[in-house]
Design a protein around this ligand. Structure first.
Ligand code: MTE
Ligand code: MO
Length: 164
């Protein structure tokens, strides 16, 4: 179906940001396409390669642009390379905060070597993110559409084999 008959809550057109973390616990659950689930703690993220992204902006037309920030953490690509079996195909990942706000990442977005990587950020400017600042926060460096993909407080990462 096409818009406006179908509205996808993970591709919002506008959103007033929720100010409060939904809970204290920054762990999230990775649901694999083969129905295995992993709980991913900060400690588990710390054991994966750490990627640093300079010159990141949170571009919210409604609330102003903030930055530049240096966000660092684990790329979605490295996370999935570690946790998905090599023979498991996937098409999209739903990245959803504990407050229900979220976005979709398409597998094709991770294949483009030339664009800056999508990151699960644990640090900002070299300092651990606080829970209030969004720990663990998705950073999509190319996104300038009201910060609608910069998902704070990731709680679920649902990796799906289907495109719709
Ligand atoms: N989990 C979650 N992430 C979110 C939001 C939200 O409501 N919940 N709001 C988004 C929007 S619309 C904005 S403008 C930014 C605000 O981020 P900031 O507080 O770092 O400026 O967070 C984005 N990420
Ligand atoms: Mo926003």
């Amino acid at each position: 179906m096409t818009f406006p008959a179908y509205h996808d809550p993970l591709q919002p057109h506008a959103h007033d940001p929720n100010p409060e973390p939904p809970s204290d616990d920054p762990a999230f659950v990775l649901h694999r396409p083969d129905h295995v689930a992993h709980t991913i703690t900060i400690r588990a993220l710390d054991e994966l390669p750490h990627t640093i992204l300079h010159n990141c902006y949170i571009v919210s037309t409604g609330h102003g642009t903030s930055g530049p920030f240096t966000f660092s953490g684990v790329t979605l690509r490295d996370l999935l390379a570690h946790y998905l079996p090599p023979d498991v195909a996937w098409q999209q990942a739903e990245v959803i905060g504990g407050d229900g706000f979220g976005t979709r990442v398409w597998a094709t977005e991770l294949e483009q070597e030339t664009i800056r990587p999508i990151l699960l950020a644990t640090h900002r400017n070299g300092v651990p993110l606080t829970r209030a600042q969004g720990l663990v926060r998705l950073i999509v460096p190319q996104e300038k559409d009201d910060a609608l993909r910069q998902v704070k407080w990731i709680r679920q990462l649902n990796v799906l084999a289907t495109g719709s």
